[in-house]
Each structure stands twice: as structure tokens, then as C-alpha cells.
Design a binder for this molecule. Structure first.
Ligand code: KMH
Ligand code: ZN
Length: 272
């Protein structure tokens, strides 16, 4: 079994400080928080950006500032979001990819997202894939619903994405796949050969699905984008607290934690 790769998704596009006052929002807050998560065991940082009012933005300049604040503190793999927030246009969402970070996300289908719709039409997905390839960024495939893994396989057949990628199974978004063991196992059974996977359990599913992934040889994503609680009714004091718990469970189970360079080797990323 490979060492465990922990991704921290510490910002998100939807969560607010009203929901968890410990949410990092500015580039320097994000830089500090990500560095603490790196110390706690994270090797990938999934990044969203916020404007001065705390609203989601895909502005290249804000992402550039965040990347600078992270890189001056640590060597974590930076994975920018191309999902942005619901309602954003593809041309807006792709902006951070033009900074050529090491990784970015690529959602391969449309799904309900609470009361909203997270739109990813087939032409838009191909547009994202071609821009991601143009800027030599390693995509991570975000799967919220069952059909999305088959859409990703079709992109592979068309050589629009690499044959070896990491899949992130995002389970428990209201309106998409549930956060059940059955849903996770069903997706893992469809994983293309040579690919790796991560699970991002939403809300109360974060911990049990993370423990499953540790046991099954997958990887884990935690953080305020997915879950703001440490336990039922108790807010997490930081993203690092959530990372630290996963790292501890994994080590106690006999599975070591991958450093960013070890995660680069597992994902086939050449350090930039
Ligand atoms: N904010 C969600 C609608 C991604 O980062 O690639 C989409 C999202 C996916 O967060
Ligand atoms: Zn995201």
C-alpha cells in the first residue's frame, strides 16, 4: 500500500465565517493555515480564493497571492479549483490554471448541489481539459455522481486527460452520491487501472469514509470546504486539527503519511 496522501480543502467557495469563525479567507491567513496543515501531515492543498468581502472569486491575481503566501512557508502541492462556485462561467473558472500550478481539479459532470446545480456540460469539460493540458497542470478528477467516472474514462480514451490521474470521490453532497460505504466501494470498483483515489466525505461522512480510505489504500481529503465540525455539534478549531486526526488514525493503523515529494512521485507530478 502507498503511503497516505492527505489533501486539505481548507477554504471552499460556499462556507462562511458565520458557520465557522476559524475559516481562513485572506491570502496570508490561507498561507499560515496551509503551512500548519503541512506540519500536521497534509501534502496537497486544494485551494479556493475569496475577494476582500469574503466572496468566492476565481481571479488569477488573488490565486497568485495565495500561492505566494503558501510557497514562502512550505513545499505542499498546490491544487487550484476549477470548480469555483456554482453559477460561475467556465472562462472565469479556468483563470487560476493559467498560473500553471502543479495540480488543479476537473469535475467531469453536472450534478445537483444542495438547492443549486453545479454545471459541467460535455463541451465545457473538454474545454477545461484542453486548457489544463495547455498549461501542463496535473488534473485531479472530481466525481460527485456515478456517471462522472465514466465521463472521465471517455476523456482518457480521447487522450484529453492523462491515463494515470488521481480521482477525488466527493460523497455526501445533497443531491449527488451519498456518503455511504457502498457508494465509495462502487466507485473504487470502477477506478481505471493505474489510477489512484481520494475520498472527500461531506459533513459527518468525512471521518468514517476517511477511515475506510485509510484501510482500503485510498487517500483522504479533509477541511472546512467539506466539513466544519470536529465532532457532532463541536466546531473544528482549525483545518490542521482535522488533518492531524487523520494522520494519527493512519499512523496508528500502520500506514505512514506521504510527504509532498512522496505524493508528487505517487501522482506522477514533476515539481515546478
Ligand atoms: N464549489 C463547488 C460548486 C472544485 O473545487 O473543483 C465546486 C467545487 C469543485 O468546489
Ligand atoms: Zn473545491
Amino acid at each position: 500500500m502507498n503511503k497516505l496522501i492527505i489533501t486539505v480543502a481548507g477554504i471552499g467557495a460556499e462556507v462562511t465565517r458565520k458557520e465557522n469563525p476559524n475559516l481562513p479567507l485572506t491570502p496570508s491567513e490561507i498561507g499560515e493555515e496551509v503551512a500548519k496543515c503541512r506540519e500536521a501531515g497534509a501534502s496537497v492543498a486544494h485551494i479556493h480564493a475569496r475577494d476582500k468581502d469574503g466572496n468566492a472569486t476565481q481571479a488569477k491575481e488573488v490565486y497568485a497571492e495565495i500561492i505566494k503566501e503558501i510557497q514562502k512557508r512550505c513545499d505542499i502541492i498546490i491544487q487550484v479549483s476549477t470548480g469555483g462556485a456554482v453559477g460561475m462561467k467556465p472562462e472565469e473558472r479556468i483563470a487560476p490554471v493559467t498560473l500553471s500550478p502543479e495540480m488543479c481539479t476537473l469535475s467531469t459532470g453536472t450534478c445537483n448541489f444542495g438547492n443549486d446545480v453545479f454545471m459541467n456540460t460535455a463541451p465545457d469539460i473538454e474545454y477545461f481539459a484542453s486548457e489544463i493540458a495547455k498549461y501542463k497542470v496535473m488534473p485531479e478528477i472530481e466525481v460527485f455522481d456515478y456517471g462522472m467516472i465514466f465521463n472521465a474514462k471517455n476523456l482518457m480514451k480521447k487522450n484529453l486527460i492523462p491515463q494515470k490521474v488521481n480521482f477525488d470521490f466527493v460523497l455526501g453532497v445533497p443531491g449527488a452520491l451519498p456518503g455511504t460505504p457502498k457508494a465509495l466501494i462502487t466507485l473504487v470498483e470502477e477506478l481505471p487501472q493505474g489510477c489512484t483515489w481520494t475520498v472527500a466525505g461531506i459533513g459527518r461522512y468525512e471521518l468514517p469514509l476517511g477511515i475506510m480510505a485509510i484501510a482500503m489504500g485510498g487517500n483522504v481529503r479533509v477541511g472546512f470546504e467539506d466539513n466544519i465540525y470536529y465532532s457532532k455539534g463541536v466546531l473544528a478549531t482549525s483545518n490542521a486539527q482535522l488533518v492531524e486526526r487523520m494522520a494519527k488514525i493512519s499512523k496508528e493503523s500502520g500506514r505512514e503519511i506521504a510527504s509532498p515529494d512522496e505524493a508528487r512521485a505517487i501522482f506522477g507530478i514533476v515539481k515546478k
